[in-house]
Design a protein around this ligand. Structure first.
Ligand code: NOJ
Length: 518
């Protein structure tokens, strides 16, 4: 499979549209607001954007409950505004992925409303329905008793998100409602989703981040059915939109890459041990120095091997589903964490606001199905003006309350401060952009196992044996590491030094060094 050339060096910025920039002062972010801030994203150094769902929706799950796949949510703007956003992104040499939610819709979607009817119609098989109200689709949760249709409809996530029907990998012959993947209902669902993709790709988006990509086919032994479904989608894309980029929220790169995805996200749940790094009682990147990255690296290596040693695993700084990085790490610790995130293979993803260490807003009442996630979704803090420059709406109309602390970080102040997290990230991105060996597809070899400090790995060009060594010391004790020769090309400390006589590099507390080997 060919990876679109731009993806080889893409550094993504995740935009949660409702909280990024409000251009019409209604308290909610919008497309025009995003357009106003594209130059900002470019100045940080990111060259690609992933935008969370922006389609018409009752917003019971912040837009992951789509009511119309073909219509931009009016609160963000029109389809024409979205098209303009694509154009403005491209004008700046950047790319943008939309968020495709193929596993479920909102109960407000017209497909679902039709499928609720007792009389058989075009949409009766669009969702996973049992054929009696008294039978539940086991292990899936369901919606039932809300219409005359005699059946229960499986749900995919929240109970207002009915599961679209892509069929069962191993349908039980005694349960006729479990349709095989090639039955007309599942085939029509798949075609409908391809039509949605074609619509937005023609409009100018560059591809999709795919929500719960591994969840489509039910009772799917080893995901075989879902893999073949995505292979089928890739074939269609290769014919009609060969440059469309696909990145999955799946967390099992051996499966997703086989399914034709270009890259896969590392997930904060499941077996990845991602949380050991930044989000647990003793994170590895905390200066307390009591954490371990051992299990993380073990798992990462397994997945790396399984995905052909390519940089196909994307490690995000955070996202709209996790706590803010700043809830667990100090600014100085975050600098070392970003040195890791920006020197690993796979496309890095920076969650809006993480570049200034935006804090998790504690004790909020859930907004739009956010629950504990709400505190990570507060409006962006641009400057010291009204509502931190996000919106001129009265404060109580803001989509989510902002961080009220007097020392809340802002973009404006950090862009002026040479020692800020923002400047550190800008510097790291620049080094990555200038150094092909640090980019998404160059190989990695770990020189330490993550059980101690420092964490050391090399990015390698096998053909020329060119190497870059990354030494990360999040701990409060100075570390050293044996190194033959080389030159430090980036560090957050002027005291990081290579002692050629000793053949060692010394890395001060809470610092990192990126070394070009000679
Ligand atoms: C994963 C998304 O990231 C999350 O925000 C959403 O609630 C679920 N999928 C359901 O679509």
């Amino acid at each position: 499979m060919k990876i679109p050339a731009w993806l080889e060096n893409a550094i993504f910025y995740e935009i949660y549209p409702q909280s990024f920039m409000d251009s019409n002062n209604d308290g909610i972010g919008d497309f025009k607001g995003i357009i106003q801030k594209l130059d900002y994203i470019k100045e940080l150094g990111c060259n690609a954007i992933w935008m969370n769902p922006c389609f018409d929706s009752p917003f019971g799950d912040a837009g992951y409950d789509v009511a119309d796949y073909y219509k931009a949510a009016p609160r963000y703007g029109t389809n024409d505004d979205l098209k303009l956003l694509f154009e403005e992104v491209h004008k700046r040499g950047m790319h943008i992925l939309l968020d495709l939610v193929p596993g479920h819709t909102s109960t407000e979607h017209k497909w679902f409303k039709e499928s609720l009817k007792a009389e058989k119609n075009e949409f009766s098989d669009r969702y996973v329905w049992t054929d009696s109200i008294w039978e539940e689709p086991e292990g899936m949760g369901c919606i039932r008793g809300i219409s005359d249709r005699d059946g229960s409809c499986a749900v995919n996530f929240f109970s207002h998100q009915p599961a679209l029907n892509y069929g069962f990998y191993n349908p039980n012959p005694e349960k006729k409602w479990q349709q095989p993947m090639d039955a007309p209902g599942p085939q029509a669902t798949l075609q409908a989703m391809k039509d949605v993709m074609a619509f937005w790709l023609k409009m100018g988006c560059d591809g999709f981040r795919v929500d719960m990509a591994g969840s489509l086919v039910k009772h799917d032994e080893n995901s075989k059915g879902t893999i073949s479904l995505w292979q089928n989608v890739r074939e269609f894309l290769d014919k009609e939109f060969p440059d469309a980029a696909m990145i999955s929220e799946w967390g099992e790169p051996d499966k997703s890459i086989l399914g034709g995805f270009h890259m896969d996200f590392l997930l904060h749940f499941g077996p990845s041990h991602y949380n050991d790094l930044f989000r647990c009682e003793q994170p590895y990147f905390s200066s307390r120095g009591k954490g371990t990255a051992f299990e993380f690296i073990k798992k990462y290596k397994e997945n790396y091997e399984k995905s052909d040693k390519k940089g196909l695993i994307c490690i995000p700084s955070g996202n709209h589903d996790m706590d803010r990085l700043a809830r667990h790490l100090s600014v100085e610790e975050m600098k070392v964490a970003f040195a890791f995130l920006l020197t690993m293979p796979g496309a890095p993803f920076i969650y809006y606001g993480d570049e200034i260490g935006m804090r998790y807003v504690e004790n909020l009442i859930s907004v739009e199905g956010g629950y504990g996630r709400t505190g990570s979704r507060s409006p962006m803090q641009w400057d010291n003006s009204t509502n931190a420059g996000f919106s001129l709406a009265p404060k109580e109309k803001l989509y989510i309350p902002q961080d009220e602390s007097s020392d809340r970080p802002t973009v404006e102040s950090q862009m002026k401060d040479e020692n800020s997290l923002w400047k550190e990230i800008q510097k790291l991105i620049k080094v990555r952009q200038e150094t092909p060996l640090l980019q998404n597809l160059a190989e990695i070899e770990f020189l330490s196992d993550g059980s101690t400090y420092p964490l050391v790995y090399q990015r390698i060009e096998k053909s020329t044996q060119e190497k870059i060594t990354v030494i990360l010391n999040p701990s409060e004790k100075e570390c050293s590491y044996k190194i033959e020769d080389g030159q430090i090309i980036c560090s957050n400390s002027s005291k990081a030094k290579i002692d050629k006589k000793d053949g060692k590099i010394f890395v001060p507390p809470v610092s990192y060094a990126i070394v070009k080997n000679q």
